[in-house]
Design a protein around this ligand. Structure first.
Ligand code: SIN
Length: 277
């Protein structure tokens, strides 16, 4: 694809949050190469369920072959924004549907989204003022532990894995690098606390922000078809994979995650790297 097409897709993501390309037939290499046009690709901290030969691609699936799961079976099954726990935040998720569970002719295993740009716009002005310079801490291990508390069989992170992803801070209200609008950049999956508030105030404020973002008026659910290539903007959305299908109703997705190294102002990225250095 020509660079102007990639730029048009980036603009569409900044404006709409989620962009769908139905009925594609991408090989894993094509998916990786397409994803890499948007920025650096992440290699997941778990280092498991990677597409053979493509460490930047993760297999999400409930399929078990020869007694072994072929992918992570419960990826993203609660509200979160990927990679807010990275110094340079995540930008795009490129998810391709290979198998979609169906029941009574209807697709299951959809992905729900909320729009945190629209949610920011509607916040009361006193909340915007109070939190204008606030920052929040994001911890990769928090979502892992949340899933384990819900019965996930994913293993606890090792100390080495935790050290490789120490918690990081980002503004509570981030300026979106594409749209220029503010977004509410905290999420239930990874945000541990608001740094400038007491623990009690932080908990109450996060609870209030989460209830605000979760209003149905900001929501969209994508109901998958095989061949869909879905791109979403992590900076302006939250998402949640809907676990409404049974173990014998098979879902198979392949995922590449893109970092926001290309789309942010270099000064912003310098600051991120300097703070941690
Ligand atoms: C994810 O959170 O990346 C997975 C989303 C999905 O499988 O629907």
């Amino acid at each position: 694809l020509d660079e102007s097409v990639i730029e048009a897709i980036i603009q569409a993501m900044g404006r709409h949050g989620v962009v769908s390309f139905p009925n594609q037939r991408l090989t894993p290499v094509q998916q990786r190469d397409f994803s890499a046009r948007f920025g650096e690709l992440e290699i997941n901290v778990a280092n498991s369920y990677q597409e053979p030969g493509i460490p930047q691609m993760m297999i999400l699936s409930n399929i078990v072959e020869n007694g072994k799961p072929i992918g992570i079976s419960d990826a993203g099954q609660d509200w979160h924004t990927d990679m807010t726990y990275n110094r340079v935040p995540g930008f795009v998720n490129v998810l391709v549907a290979h198998k979609v569970p169906m029941r009574d002719g209807k697709p299951l295993g959809g992905t729900a989204f909320t729009n945190t740009q629209a949610a920011y716009d509607d916040l009361p002005s006193d909340v915007k003022t109070r939190l204008t310079n606030a920052t929040a801490l994001h911890d990769h291990n928090q979502f892992q532990e949340l899933m384990r508390s819900k019965g996930s069989t994913r293993p606890a992170q090792t100390e080495a894995q935790k050290r490789s992803r120490p918690p990081v801070s980002h503004p509570v209200f981030l300026t979106h690098p594409i749209s220029g609008r503010k977004v509410i950049y905290v999420n239930p999956g990874f945000t541990a606390r608001i740094n400038e508030l007491s623990p009690e105030e932080s908990d109450a404020t996060l609870k209030m922000l989460y209830a605000h973002v979760m209003q149905p008026k900001y929501a969209y659910t994508h109901h998958w078809s095989v061949g869909d290539v879905l791109l979403w903007d992590h900076l302006g959305t939250w998402h949640c994979a809907l676990a409404d299908y049974a173990p014998n109703e098979y879902r198979l997705m392949k995922r590449c995650q893109v970092m926001a190294d290309k789309v942010f102002d270099p000064a912003f990225l310098q600051e991120k790297l300097r703070v941690v250095a």
